[in-house]
Design a protein around this ligand. Structure first.
Ligand code: PHB
Length: 407
């Protein structure tokens, strides 16, 4: 269990000054960064538990929450009880959640999460899919063993299949997201998942237009952004990158190309689009203080995202263990000073539905419970109270409280 953390009142800082993102004006710069929670139904439809969870976390009007990773299509891999946005039932359930978020006066972004080579081989096979990835390279020995044990194949997508994923699968997912009421669509291009597997040389050995040079490795993400801009508008789009993360077998600074070069080119391409009037809503970056769900010790941290902020002049969202310098939150306050930076928090929002109010007023934060992050019941999910609320939680009952359809 992490130590309890307290916040000083931050209400008079720029964190609680409004900021425009895309067409939306937020009342504050704290964003709930995406967290995998596995509380959807078995068929990847969002559940009653998720409805309550997002309702409780959007009561501070004018806030932005980014959904947990949500599958755009079964083709980019699956895992158990993660929501999707590729069929009508999923759209209907998300719409109910978004209607509630909007009734609370807040906003939502959906994170489209393709897994590629990191997909769960058993669940993906159950859904009739191969493990589709840019190249047939396992991220470690264990994943290779698990794949073989499941009788699964790691399939390097053909050029045609890559285009089909852009122009059909992700396109349907983005349209569905808008129909479901999401204000933004964030592409998960970080942490060694599907899009990141195109970005970095260690997972991309393609010899077609989607591999080899920096331009080619960035092509998948840029082509996707260009196409989706014409479908839902650039101002609804966002992408998350993690130049320094070595999560899921990525090599980062130890790869053939420096992350400064790959992501510098990528950010420059986003800026060039902004200059031509195709400005995405925000660029989300993971700070070197974390890698996936792991904190990086100070003496092992490598890298700096400062270059991205020099190249990209639009809204930037930074995430990565901002609570380390509580109660002053000096880094977060410094980062938002330029009036174009959003600060992402995630772990403490899992355990503090009123996180925004607590930072605003200066209150103690309830410690999060990492062990329950991926439980399949309500235990460790909607069991955290608001400040001053006496929420009666019966552990045995909540451990048997499984996701149900939203009423
Ligand atoms: C995780 O579920 O472990 C996870 C998912 C997405 C991330 C990082 C970690 O970006």
């Amino acid at each position: 269990m992490p130590q309890p953390v307290t916040s000083k009142p931050l209400k008079d800082t720029k964190i609680f000054k409004p900021i425009k993102v895309g067409k939306v004006e937020l009342s504050n710069k704290i964003v709930y960064a995406p967290t995998t929670r596995k509380r959807a139904l078995d068929n990847h439809v969002p559940s009653n538990l998720q409805y309550q969870y997002y309702d409780e976390r959007t009561r501070f009007a004018g806030s932005l929450v980014i959904s947990e990773g949500t599958f755009p299509t079964p083709k980019t891999g699956s895992d158990t009880n993660v929501p999707g946005i590729y069929n009508e039932e999923q759209v209907k359930a998300w719409k109910k959640i978004n209607d509630k978020i909007h009734a609370n006066g807040s906003y939502s972004s959906i994170q489209l999460w393709g897994l590629g080579r990191t997909a769960d081989p058993v669940q993906t096979k159950k859904e009739g899919q191969k493990l589709n990835a840019p190249s047939a390279i396992f991220y470690d020995e264990e994943s290779e063993k698990a794949c073989k044990a499941a009788g699964q194949e790691l399939h390097a997508l053909t050029t045609e299949e890559v285009k089909d994923i852009i122009y059909n699968d992700y396109t349907v997912a983005a349209k569905n997201a808008v129909a479901a009421g999401f204000d933004f669509v964030e592409l998960h291009g970080a942490h060694g998942y599907f899009i990141d597997q195109f970005f970095e040389p260690c997972s991309n050995k393609r010899t077609d237009e989607y591999g080899g040079s920096i331009e080619n490795r960035c092509r998948f993400a840029l082509e996707l952004i260009d196409h989706l801009s014409t479908v839902i508008g650039a101002d609804r789009l966002a992408i998350r990158i993690s130049p320094w993360a070595t999560f899921m077998g990525m090599k980062s600074q130890n790869d053939e190309t420096s992350p400064f070069a790959t992501y510098g080119y990528f950010a420059d391409q986003l800026q060039k689009r902004k200059d031509k009037g195709q400005e995405i809503a925000y660029l989300s970056v993971v700070e070197p203080r974390v890698s996936g769900i792991i904190n990086i010790a100070e003496d092992e941290q490598y890298g700096d995202n400062g270059f991205l902020k020099i190249i990209w002049k639009g809204v930037i969202m930074k995430a990565g263990n901002y609570t380390y310098d509580a109660p002053e939150f000096k880094t977060a306050i410094q980062d938002v000073d330029d009036d174009r930076t959003l600060v992402g928090f995630s772990r403490y929002i899992t355990s503090n539905p009123d996180f925004w109010q607590k930072l605003h007023d200066g209150k103690e934060l309830t410690p999060y419970d990492r062990d329950t992050f991926y439980y399949d019941s309500n235990w460790g999910y909607n069991t955290f109270a608001f400040d001053g609320e006496d929420r009666k939680v019966d552990e045995k009952k909540e451990k048997a409280n499984y996701p149900q359809p939203i009423a």
